[in-house]
Design a protein around this ligand. Structure first.
Ligand SMILES: *Cc1c(COP(=O)(O)O)cnc(C)c1O
Length: 407
């Protein structure tokens, strides 16, 4: 190609984005599909679910806030350098959360892997390439015995071995030259009903004394919004939250934040680099922008009002179902570290309303609309935090219907 021809091709570049997009036919085609979206649920035979169970991954976690969708749509028509996206969004989030560094990851699980990887390798490029088979002795991560959980697989993915300890003395004794990190599972006492054998403060103090980085998994632990600031104040070096739970970002995102040097090391394990362990945990730019928008909206929200709305919604459902004889609806606030918000527990005299809560759950799930709720031996559990406002009444009437049929 002659130089003159090549130059001809690039004369378009300095034009404004809008001018270019109006000339590209596929832009017009895209706009047309946006104004008349097909019902993809129907096209693919996938049933819509009314989620009265909470931010569970199996039900697709959360509904993204309109602000998130706006951010995704607004950023999807242009390319960007991913290093710039990751760095700039991370810097902004770090400022919002009063920490040195931050990044958007592929869920809290992805953050667990990247944060651990950072603690194992630092910025050593050879070590980064060698994960999970690190030369030398097996690196160790300390956890309280009662904190072991399904998600520690995301930590072990980096090749480390988890050393279980009980109590501050055992923790101190367990630390050695191969210790690379200490992981705290914030909601452990909540999940298992076993108190922590080492408090947050003790855990951080012991690790700091031996210069071992600390990482806390608080994936599902907002509200309260203050928790987004609590753990860095205690002194944890790394913190993770899910993006796709109550923060209502993309389900596939998470936040990793804390010490700047560790975040910079974690980035070396992430895309857009081609070799590292985090490459299969890629997050696209729209999701990164979307997570940023979600966090901004979450921090700006009127949390008191939102809380009151949830309580009102539980009462609204209770009022409807209590018209069935012996049925009682009680607003309960989960008091633990995770999933701390109001929900509704519905009970009844099973000798009068002859159906078990488990069978109500089944009937709701098999009905139309399909409603997913929770329930044990004693009662039916309705989460309102994942219901759209227009679904409150639908759920109330459907539960009433199922219970009435058993009278
Ligand atoms: C949900 C959860 C995770 C996983 O988070 P994702 O964002 O889905 O990857 C990890 N740890 C805990 C305690 C969780 O509740």
């Amino acid at each position: 190609m002659k130089r003159r021809d090549a130059l001809k091709g690039i004369t378009l570049l300095p034009l404004a984005g809008g001018a270019i997009s109006s000339m590209i036919p596929w832009k017009a085609a895209e706009a047309a599909t946006v104004s008349a979206p097909p019902d993809l649920f129907a096209e693919l035979g996938i049933q819509r679910v009314i989620n009265a169970r909470g931010t569970v991954t199996v039900l697709s976690g959360t509904l993204m806030l309109p602000e998130v969708m706006a951010a995704i749509n607004a950023t999807s028509h242009d390319f960007a350098n991913m290093h710039e996206v990751i760095d700039k969004v991370g810097e902004k989030i770090a400022g919002m959360l009063h920490v040195g560094g931050a990044m958007v990851t592929s869920g809290a699980a992805g953050a667990l892997t990247l944060g651990t990887a950072a603690c194992v390798t630092g910025t050593d490029r050879d070590l980064i390439k060698s994960l999970p088979h690190i030369p030398g002795p097996t690196r160790e991560v300390i956890m309280q015995k009662s904190h072991r959980y399904v998600f520690d697989h995301a930590v072990r993915l980096t090749g480390v071995k988890i050393i279980e300890v009980e109590g501050p003395d055992a923790m101190e004794k367990a630390i050695n030259a191969n210790t690379v990190m200490a992981l705290f599972f914030n909601a452990a006492s909540d999940w298992y009903g076993v108190p922590d054998s080492i408090s947050h403060e003790q855990f951080v103090a012991i690790a700091k004394k031996h210069k071992v980085p600390t990482f806390i998994d608080a994936a599902a632990d907002v509200p309260p919004v203050e928790n987004l600031f609590r753990f860095q104040k205690i002194g944890f070096d790394l913190v993770t939250f899910s993006g796709g739970k109550m923060i209502r970002g993309p389900q596939s995102t998470g936040l990793l934040f804390g010490r700047k040097d560790l975040i910079e090391a974690a980035k070396l394990h992430f895309d857009p680099y081609e070799c590292p362990i985090g490459r299969p945990m890629k997050v696209n730019k729209e999701e990164i922008f979307g997570m940023y928008a979600a966090l901004k909206a979450y921090l700006a929200r009127d949390h008191k009002k939102e809380w009151q709305d949830w309580i009102d919604q539980t009462k609204q459902i209770a009022k409807v179902v209590e018209s069935v004889p012996t049925v009682k609806g009680e607003t309960q606030i989960h008091t633990g570290e995770s999933n701390h918000f109001p929900g509704l527990v519905i009970t009844w005299d099973q000798s009068k309303v002859k159906i078990t809560p488990r069978d109500v759950v089944k009937a709701l799930a098999q009905g139309n609309p399909r409603i997913e709720a929770g329930g044990g031996k004693d009662g039916l559990e309705i989460a309102v935090v994942t219901l759209r406002p227009d679904q409150i009444d639908i759920v109330a009437r459907r539960v009433k219907e199922v219970l009435s049929q058993a009278v």
